[in-house]
Design a protein around this ligand. Structure first.
Ligand code: SAH
Length: 215
């Protein structure tokens, strides 16, 4: 690592901490996963800023501090099987893969899934599977999951996702009717039902039903 790279990395981690990401394991995972390869084209030189950035297919790679906060809220353990809905660039999935036993990540855009797979291969990540699918139905063939993370906003938690949580499982997702402000909520499945708490306001692209056409 050059001194400039080391400096950039330190600033990146400092920004995460100062925005409330405190879990040591999450910070370590985020230190390991270089955001650079996940941001291409015009915005590649801004990969180390704490900003959401545009990616292919009109989608967005989330802000690193939001990725950190959501990962923390999931309370992942090394035995967990995790589903992420909304692969996007693959950045969030790569971080989940540092913490969990196995990660399934789905996106409705086949191109995003293909590009994310290439980066996972380059990184040597073997415990993350990217699949083209409509995540509003979850991933029935791999269910149930210990943890579910949704990185696109729905009006309400989709029923199939609630059904695919294990007892004791946790799901974190943005919900809300507006495209501008949504609430990030955490759902826990207990023996008797579901418990909900609101974490903070966020802004995500919408969860859209159906697979996207190849462009
Ligand atoms: N987690 C991503 C950011 C996701 S942006 C990252 O780390 O880069 C939200 C993604 O959700 C987009 O790529 C969009 O295509 C996807 N998406 C929206 N609706 C979906 C659905 N029904 N099923 C699967 N993916 C969906």
């Amino acid at each position: 690592m050059t001194p400039a790279e080391a400096e950039r990395k330190m600033q990146f981690l400092f920004a995460l901490r100062s925005r409330g990401v405190t879990d040591r394991r999450v910070l370590e995972a985020m230190e390991k996963v270089d955001r650079g390869p996940f941001v291409r084209g015009l915005f590649a030189n801004r990969a180390y800023e704490d900003m959401p950035l545009p990616i292919a297919c009109g989608q967005t790679i989330s802000q690193p501090s939001v990725v950190g906060m959501m990962t923390e809220a999931l309370q992942i353990t090394a035995r967990d099987k995790v589903l992420e809905v909304g692969t996007g660039s693959g950045y969030q999935a790569a971080i989940l893969a540092q913490l969990a036993r196995r990660v399934y990540t789905v996106d409705r855009h086949a191109r995003l899934v293909r590009e994310a797979r290439l980066i996972f291969d380059e990184m040597g990540l073997t415990n993350v599977m990217a699949i083209t699918a409509d995540g509003s139905f979850g991933l029935p063939e791999q269910a149930p999951f210990d943890r579910i993370l949704v990185t696109a906003a729905a009006e309400d938690p989709p029923g199939p996702l609630l059904a695919q949580m294990k007892e004791g499982g946790i799901m974190v997702l943005p919900v809300g009717q507006s495209d501008h402000v949504q609430s990030l909520i955490r759902v826990r499945r207990t023996a008797s039902g579901y418990e909900y708490d609101e974490l903070r306001k966020v802004r995500f692209v919408p969860l859209v039903e159906g697979l996207a056409r190849e462009t």
